[in-house]
Design a protein around this ligand. Structure first.
Ligand code: RB5
Length: 149
């Protein structure tokens, strides 16, 4: 991964965890583009998933990390943006594999599912893995073809 710019977003369920993650990845040397929200009022996850996904799809950010209560709803919204491949992970193995095999460019986490220490472990696995290409590229191309209809 050459670019060090990572977009971060969540709904209201994950404001605190998002801040912890922002500090963590900034400490790893990444440029954090935290697009909020910053206040605790209830706010719909689709708009935050879409906003982060558009930063990745446009190339403004190399990767994205998004959160909601389960990680599921915001992941579904992000995956509606063309060019985005986002998976929800609750373990480090899956986070590594979605980079290595699926060329995931976004990671989604459930702030009501996992604790902060595990979230950071998952993020470390995601950020330290690279896409392996080869036969996996053929399969990722098939996903893109579905997107193109
Ligand atoms: C918000 O209450 C909750 O529905 C949301 O954070 C998320 O879990 C949806 O998938």
């Amino acid at each position: 991964m050459t670019s060090k710019r990572i977009v971060l977003s969540s709904d209201h369920a994950a404001i605190g965890m998002r801040q912890t993650i922002a500090n963590h990845i900034a400490g790893l040397g990444y440029e954090v583009v935290d697009i909020g929200p910053t206040t605790p009022e209830s706010t719909p996850y689709p708009q935050h998933g879409e906003a982060a996904a558009r930063r990745v799809a446009s190339g403004d950010c190399a990767l994205g990390i998004i959160l909601c209560g389960t990680g599921q709803g915001i992941m579904m919204a992000a995956n509606k943006v063309k060019g985005v491949r986002c998976g929800v992970c609750s373990d480090a193995f899956s986070a590594r594999m979605i980079r290595q095999h699926n060329d995931a460019n976004m990671l989604s986490l459930g702030a009501r599912v996992i604790g902060e220490a595990l979230a950071l472990d998952i993020i470390d696995a995601f950020l330290s893995a690279d896409f392996e290409g080869g036969r996996h590229a053929t399969r990722v191309d098939m996903i893109t073809a579905i997107e193109k209809g």
